[in-house]
Design a protein around this ligand. Structure first.
Ligand code: NAP
Length: 325
């Protein structure tokens, strides 16, 4: 099979596209013919050797895929050849085939096509984990989403809205904000031209928001702290700015706020598998009910993965970029 390969640490230009031996199918596993693989900011970190869990070289990047089951190990009864599925991996999704443990395979909601499904598990799983599990968002609460035109950000706008939140979306560029609006944002703030904290104060009558979702860090984290209401919760998702925010315990005490971490990848294994499956089952019902509609910003051929990563870094599109076979 062919796969995108990282053979040395570096930027997207260092990736190669090569013939590699397919992984062996071990007991309990399922082989999937990949139709689409989601592109994530963390792929850039991993190929640069800067992710929190880097595999040894050489490897294929890629945290998520969708496709059709090709082969199941003897004894696996939950899946059959031809089933339409999606799933998350520690790496390896930028390939024509992947092998996954059967319990981590997720059935595709019938109305999702492969391209939308290839970019679904990370963004929507993380958004669900952030609001339903970690922040315990309640209907009517005000939610501020930074990076709202990004992969996780746009999914977070949609998920917070379904859970009853009133969403304020922050992103750079009016066209990208219009996509956030179409996914459920009630208010839009252009971080390229507006004072985010001042707009939030005006929108909330000076009170601030109940929950902030921050995938950006750095200056966004500082602004997030200023935008929180008393008893507000700040959910830290990532650091797309390259800067990790810091919170003094004194500020947490003085403002009566919670700092909440959410790392969806940590729920991938073992004890959490059943809970994760229930989360995706609920997300699937929302897809079928028309409550969420994953947005594909661009489909790029697998062989052109460096171009897909450059498109994501360019910050001109909204939603997920997906590699297709
Ligand atoms: N915790 C988890 O489980 C989890 C899961 C998935 C992703 N993440 C993390 O969440 C972050 C976003 O991931 P993603 O895949 O959604 O990325 P993405 O699609 O590239 O979105 C990131 C957004 O961050 C904003 N941004 C601000 N400063 C930036 C900078 N210097 N460089 C790039 N973007 C910048 C951009 O919005 P504007 O252009 O509008 O400013 C961009 O749309 C990453 O740090 C990733 O590692 C965490």
């Amino acid at each position: 099979m062919r796969a995108v390969q990282c053979t040395r640490w570096g930027g997207p230009e260092t990736l190669t596209f090569a013939e590699v031996p397919p992984a062996a199918l071990r007991p309990g596993e399922v082989r999937v013919a990949v139709a689409a693989a989601g592109v994530n900011f963390a792929d850039l970190l991993m190929i640069a050797g800067k992710y929190q869990e880097n595999p040894p070289l050489p490897f294929s990047p890629g945290f998520e895929i969708a496709g059709a089951v090709e082969e199941v190990a003897p004894g696996v009864t939950a899946w059959r050849r031809g089933d339409r599925v999606m799933g998350m991996l520690p790496f390896g999704g930028y390939a024509e085939q992947v092998v996954l443990p059967a319990e981590r395979v997720i059935a595709l909601p019938p109305s999702l096509d492969f391209a939308a499904a290839g970019g679904f598990p990370v963004a929507y799983g993380t958004a669900y984990g952030a609001f339903a599990w970690r922040a315990r968002l309640r209907p009517g609460e005000r939610v501020l989403v930074f990076g709202a035109a990004g992969g996780v950000g746009l999914a977070s706008v949609a998920v917070a809205r379904v859970l009853g939140g009133e969403v304020i979306a922050v992103a750079s560029g009016r066209e990208r904000l219009a996509v956030a609006e179409a996914h459920g944002a009630a208010h839009l703030i252009d971080s390229g031209s507006e004072d985010v904290a001042a707009r939030v104060r005006a929108l909330t009558g000076g009170r601030g928001v109940d929950v902030v979702l921050d995938p950006v860090g750095g200056p966004a984290f500082e602004t997030a702290l200023r935008c929180l209401a008393s008893e507000g919760r700040l959910v830290v998702i990532g650091f797309a700015s390259g800067q990790v925010g810091t919170l003094s315990a004194g500020v947490a005490l003085g403002k009566n706020i919670d700092l909440i971490g959410c790392y969806w990848g940590a729920y991938r294994d073992g004890a959490d598998a059943a809970r994760v499956r229930r989360a995706y089952a609920e997300l699937g019902r929302w897809v079928e009910a028309g409550k969420i509609a994953p947005h594909v910003a661009a489909r790029v051929p697998l062989a052109e993965a460096p171009r897909a990563l450059a498109l994501m870094s360019g910050r001109t599109l909204a939603g997920k970029i997906v590699l297709v076979g």
